[in-house]
Design a binder for this molecule. Sequence first.
Ligand code: HPA
Ligand SMILES: [Zn+2]
Length: 340
Amino acid sequence: MSVLEQLITKLPKTELHLHIEGTLEPEMVMALAARNGISMPYATSQELAAKYEFGNLQEFLDLYYQATAVLVVEQDFYDLTWAYLLRCQEDNVVHTEIFFDPQSHTDRGVSFETVVKGITRALEDAREKLNIESKLIMCFLRHLPESSALATWEEAQPWLSLIDGVGLDSSERDFPPSLFERVFAKAREKGLKVVAHAGEEGPSDYIVQALDLLQVDRIDHGVRITEDDALMDRVAQEKVALTVCPLSNTKLCVYDDMAKHPIFTLLDRGLRVMVNSDDPAYFGGYVNENYRALVTSLNPSSEQIIQLVRNSILASFMSDELKAHWLEEVSKTAEQVLGE
Ligand code: HPA
Ligand SMILES: [Zn+2]
């Protein structure tokens, strides 16, 4: 095994940008459709998987929202989340911060309670049985009006003890962060962490809006920051993390070639970037596969890979004690691997 492959598999990692609905594998779509008596416009999981060619974010989202229709009862959300957590164990992900999209379920008549109970029961089991820690981040769909986000915020109130943060996802172009200032202010007032997708397909100004208007703790994606030199300097100085998702960016044609991905340029400029899988069932792989894709196309050094992993820990919402613990583990494991 190469040194880089050993680092990828052996270093303890966190994942900070993961949509739980994006872990719905084609086989699970078909199994849950059968279990819930839902007819889908494809006969087999292969037929569904063959549709996973996307020209842009919207083409992906159309299929992604369609597939969520198979998630109906609490056990479905449990099974979905548990399957992802088993993948975390395989990839040595020790802490994960997962997004869920309540509006994509409540709009089809599935209750908020069903969704949140199924997901959090699996997270709790993973804590006990797999030693995997987690946070839960509720995302608002930006293609829906602010009133829908505000109503979702109200629905979430009885469950806030289970929710660590709020985020903003879905179609980015023409839906700037500024539309969601009020609901984000409410979340911040309650002490929740706040994050937002910005600068994936949208302009770098959306990153500025997310920072200044939503006052986010992290930016999700954020790769279009490369268009604004002064903003790169600001984000480096303020240590705002960008949760970068390499396979997502190539699969959704943000870059036509992984060799053009700017993650190491950003890393070497001092920005706090790390590697995440976004919607791994759709984009061709979980966290370790994202690292491998970078290695194949961009020939990084061991130090760069180790720094990405350290950033994943530094940018997480875990306690300072746990951060210190995992950073120490990274150092020990890296020394072992590099000393061999
Ligand atoms: O990559 C994404 N971008 C925006 N919204 C999303 N919802 C799931 N994945 C994504
Ligand atoms: Zn995302």
